[in-house]
Design a binder for this molecule. Structure first.
Ligand code: ADP
Ligand code: ZN
Length: 723
């Protein structure tokens, strides 16, 4: 506790590297974690008391803390997590803290609910309507919320207002209701299968106090969710709070429903599509302990849980857990850090775990829960390859004859087929037949993608859009534009031509709002469509009873990148999407169109040999000293001019501290060499596993000439994307 007159360090939630000193004014007491407003330059700024200042001398220009919010201090673990994330990712701690104070509205008490109470005074003019309202209070003297009173008595609002004016009713304030009701751990538990029970027992046994991490590793439909729900129940029974983190907002809705069926009440929701008021209620509820369970996106890891018992990361392998702007943290690592600081449990769940988590489980650091069979013995799909070199489609088509026949068969049986292609739009490249001009983004070194449904060419990096031209912009030829390669819209066009009677639907993340997309999903589940053409949006988390065939239009997409995780990511997405086939009692079939049927990923897919894939991939990583056997960091230097950018990157490279364990590569133009008009040059750094790569890069940047003017250096520790 810091008394008036003492000097404290306050971390302000803006781009600063360290806390600043302030004085505690008369009539105020603060402690570490207190949320305050302090003057910063001319502006009052939100901050958090970080403790005693490092250099504890009073200087005379010291300013007073302006305000302290009437809230419990932020939990110690959260403050330590902020420090950890800042140190590890080289982000400014003030910016990391900003992520934890995302709801300014939450800091003031919520507006009370205005309710009406009878005064006992009977108005002179007592109409029938007025009498009906007053009757509502007979027998019980509790106040009514105004709208509830209007609704229950069936009168117009003016009648109620008239009674207030006449002095028969008076307004009282009721405290705002909690954002959600407490989930009940024993509401509707599932009877676990033997495998599931063994898994749950192993999770419990691994927990010896302190942090414990478990990986639930089991094919889609094997009952992973039911297992971690029981662990959620354990935490709730122990009086702890729970966070369930999902990689995509689109999945939260189904999950909330499922949670409610199991626990009787909905969990609180946390993601970017909520209104500020909704978010404020949840944030405050978590800090006050009213909210016991949250289902949300990555940013929920920064919520002020004060009694954290369990964090679940569903689909833990998903790249979306890595945040890629400002603060480059990985949600999976951060969950483990936060849980360690709180002595809580972490459950990672996936049908295709990340190589990192599999390795930790193999090493015994994580409990390894395997669920081998699908619940209720539904069969896994039968996966085979279509070798595009030998039995590829006709010219101008993208669906090979064998895949087309399989679609017809599914249609004949009244079943659904999914054609999967992880590429939005009509075509990835547009060129002019007459002059060869290729349409490129004016701001990025990327091709513009034609979106024919909307009549535009679009850049998938920066969002730049232009109308699809009628004449070539370079030579003026008309009707000369040629689409090269397929996107889902083009596959949809082919489907309409080749399967004219079938009802088809196209689904990708840019096809409407969240609720429109949800609507499409329920239509598909209802059987309103025969053929679904979709991107990875349809690969995740949805069960369609009638879906028995999955055709992957381009299984090789994603293998070609200079990304050390390309094989892993391809294996994960192919496993996920083929797993959509035959979830119910019928067994499904999946066909992969590929030019590389001999590739390790395709071989593992066809043989259904996931263990083989993991063994192979772990060996590749070990030989290349790649994660999890080594560590990587990327330094992206960007600037307005190529020469200057490259020049600075070279100077930076020359200033690298010597360390025998570290290998440095570059600088070289990044694979996407320009984004939003800025040139990008990359340096890659590689080290052995135990090496403090964050510390090394920090020392390097602190001792090199700083980037000036328009130049910038972005650091990405443990990069996940390599564009
Ligand atoms: P996963 O999370 O591994 O994909 P789920 O937990 O969603 O698998 O389980 C697949 C299906 O089987 C779901 O419909 C689920 O309700 C059902 N299920 C799983 N375990 C049980 C159980 N023990 N009792 C009844 N139904 C179960
Ligand atoms: Zn662009």
């Amino acid at each position: 506790m810091f008394e008036p007159g003492s000097i404290v360090a306050v971390m302000v939630a803006v781009a600063v590297d360290a806390p600043y000193s302030y004085r505690v004014p008369e009539g105020m007491a603060v402690m570490r974690g207190s949320i305050v407003v302090v003057p910063l330059g001319p502006r009052p700024t939100l901050g958090v008391v970080w403790g005693a200042p490092k250099d504890n001398f009073a200087h005379n220009r010291l300013k007073d803390i302006a305000h302290r919010f009437d809230l419990p201090p932020l939990p110690e673990e959260l403050l330590k997590t902020v420090d950890w994330v800042a140190r590890y990712t080289l982000a400014q701690p003030g910016m990391v803290l900003r992520g934890a104070l995302r709801s300014r509205e939450a800091l003031d008490p919520p507006r009370p609910v205005i309710a009406l109470r009878r005064t006992g005074h009977v108005p002179e003019r007592l109409t029938a309507a007025r009498a009906r309202v007053l009757d509502m209070f007979e027998g019980e003297d509790r106040p009514w919320a105004r709208t509830a009173l209007v609704g229950a008595s069936g009168v117009s609002p003016s009648v109620v207002d008239g009674l207030v004016k006449a002095g028969a009713l008076e307004a009282v304030e009721l405290p705002a209701p909690p954002p959600v009701l407490a989930p009940e751990p024993d509401f509707a538990p599932a009877t676990l299968s033997d495998d599931q029970q063994t898994g749950l027992d192993a999770i419990r046994a691994h927990d010896k106090g302190g942090v414990s991490v478990a990986l639930i590793d089991g094919i889609t439909g094997s009952g992973k969710t039911e297992v971690f729900f029981e662990s959620v129940a354990d935490a709730l029974r122990a009086g702890k709070q729970v966070g369930i983190i999902l990689p995509e907002i689109a999945l939260t809705h189904t999950f909330l429903d499922r949670f409610e069926k199991r626990f009787g009440h909905r969990a609180a929701e946390w993601h970017s599509e909520m209104t500020p008021v909704q978010r404020a209620r949840v944030w405050r509820g978590v800090l006050l302990g009213e909210v016991r369970a949250v289902i949300g996106a990555r940013s929920a890891l920064f919520l002020p849980f004060r009694e954290l018992g369990l964090l679940v990361l569903d689909e833990e392998h998903d790249g979306a857990f890595k945040q890629a702007d400002r603060v480059n943290y990985h949600g999976r690592d951060m969950a483990v850090v936060r849980a360690s600081l709180a002595d809580a449990r972490v459950i990672l769940s996936s049908a295709t775990p990340s190589i990192e988590s599999r390795y930790n489980a193999d090493q015994g650091r994580y409990a390894h829960i395997r669920l081998e069979s699908r619940f209720a013995d539904a069969a896994l799909p039968d996966v085979s390859a279509i070798d595009m070199r030998e039995e590829g489609p006709e010219k101008g088509q993208w669906i090979a004859p064998r895949l087309a026949r399989a679609v017809f068969d599914a249609l004949d049986r009244g079943e659904q087929a999914l054609l999967f292609l992880n590429r939005r739009g009509y075509a990835p490249l547009t060129l002019c037949r007459a002059c060869g001009h290729q349409y490129q983004c004016p701001e990025c070194s990327t091709w513009l993608v034609e979106h024919r449904f909307r009549g535009v060419l679009m850049c998938h990096h920066c969002g730049h859009e232009e109308r699809a031209p009628e004449a070539c912009g370079a030579c003026g030829a008309t009707d000369s534009l040629v689409a090269v390669g397929p996107g889902i819209e083009r596959v949809a066009e082919e489907v309409a031509e080749r399967f004219p009677g079938a009802r088809a639907v196209v689904l990708s993340s840019d096809m409407g709002t969240m609720s429109q997309i949800r609507e499409r999903f329920s239509e598909i589940a209802r059987g309103d469509y025969d053929i679904i053409i979709g991107t990875q949006l349809v690969a995740k988390g949805h069960h369609f009873e009638k879906l028995s065939l999955v055709g992957v239009v381009d299984a090789d997409l994603g293998l070609a990148h200079g990304d050390p995780r390309a094989a892993e990511k391809t294996f994960q997405i192919l496993t996920q999407v083929t797993g959509r086939a035959g979830r119910a009692s019928r067994s499904g079939k999946a066909l992969l169109q590929t030019y590389h049927p001999e590739h390790a990923v395709m071989r593992a897919m066809i043989a259904g040999d996931r263990e083989g894939f993991y063994a192979h991939e772990l060996k590749v990583r070990k030989d290349g000293m790649l994660p999890p056997f080594g560590r990587l960091a990327a330094l992206i230097v960007s600037g307005n001019e190529h020469g200057e950018t490259m020049g600075y990157a070279r100077a930076l490279m020359a200033a690298a501290p010597l360390a025998a364990e570290v290998r440095r590569f570059g600088p070289a133009d990044a694979p996407v060499a320009m984004v939003r008009g800025r040139h990008r040059v990359r340096i890659l750094v590689q080290s052995p596993k135990g090496f403090d790569l964050s510390g090394y890069v920090r020392f390097w940047l602190e001792n090199a000439n700083p980037a000036r003017g328009n130049l910038r250096v972005q650091v990405d520790i443990d990069p996940v994307s390599f564009y």
